[in-house]
Design a protein around this ligand. Sequence first.
Ligand code: BTN
Length: 237
Amino acid sequence: MIYYKEEVTSTNDWAKECSEMESGTVFTALRQTKGKGRRGRNWVSDENGLWMSILLKPDFSDVSIITLAAGLSVKKTLGDTAFIKWPNDIVMSSKKVCGILTEAVADNGRVNYAVCGIGVNLNNKSFDGDISDIATSVYIETGKVADREEILKGITDNFNDYYNLIAMHGFEAIRDEYKKACITLGKDVKIVSATGEYVAYASDIDSSGELIVLKDGEEICVRSGEVSVRGLFGYGK
Ligand code: BTN
């Protein structure tokens, strides 16, 4: 079931308020007045985008793989010119077109439910100031007005497929496809964590969806959520 409102604070918060509903329920709004990004950032959410959240009741505890499945769903919907910047951004022409924020509500270490929020810049004609170097929209990239309904349906259908796969077999079930779509791999990246930053070579994504980097010949496993991964030559480069 897909619910729609013209304006909400955040579709993630709306989904949480409806947590008694069934897993797979989708919440979407034309505008968000308090759209949330990762790391407590504000997410600008005017009527140029697609703002949606999916309520989920997973039997598995590693909810970070939900973000990876959502990323692959968006990439598949947007097509060949879209790529995934591990773990949770979709880029076109090395600029961010979509961000994903998965929030889990747990009780005694068990996930009660999770909300996977997906924000896609659809029909922005331009972006202001500094953000224009790192943000893009489907319209800017394709020259065509994006149909919100069509993209919503594409992402929802693709997500159902990928979610069923990971729910049954874990991230391994979508790993090969994810790796093909991931522009982070095969590059030197800057890993920024709470304890400092370093440059390393992104070599692989393991069977649980973690990024493997090589630094001074040593393999380091990078967990999503703990770090920010940046290209060395700009946001997605
Ligand atoms: C990020 O890249 O920082 C994540 C952005 C996530 C934005 C989406 S829009 C729909 C959902 N509702 C929110 O308040 N945030 C997510």
